[in-house]
Design a protein around this ligand. Structure first.
Ligand SMILES: [Zn+2]
Length: 106
């Protein structure tokens, strides 16, 4: 696991896997299919709730079991996220969206 969102898994930053999946027309790298599936679900739900046409970047800075905290960005807009899902990444059980209060845009 790394804090650098540009390395490793697009969702969680893990560097051990190399699973490719197409999301929003872009081929992205994930550590496993669960992360890929969950990323897709989170992006879809975010767009639905925020009205964003797409999500430029979504990253979980910390993951504990099936819960995680991170952020999502569209252009200059940034939101903090709290998510919870199933271990296989097939179900998004909870998504809390808050304005980003700390730090600048990653
Ligand atoms: Zn991952």
């Amino acid at each position: 696991m790394t804090a650098d969102p540009d390395r490793g898994c697009r969702l969680c930053g893990a560097e051990w896997g190399d699973y490719r999946a197409n999301v929003q027309g872009e081929e992205l790298r994930f550590c496993c299919d669960a992360c890929a599936s969950f990323y897709r679900l989170a992006v879809e739900e975010l767009c639905r709730r925020t009205g964003w046409p797409r999500v430029d970047r979504l990253f979980l800075e910390s993951v504990r079991g099936t819960e995680g905290d991170g952020w999502a960005r569209h252009g200059e807009e940034l939101r903090e996220l709290h998510v919870r899902g199933t271990p296989d990444g097939e179900v998004l059980e909870e998504l809390t969206i808050r304005p980003r209060t700390r730090g600048g845009a990653p």
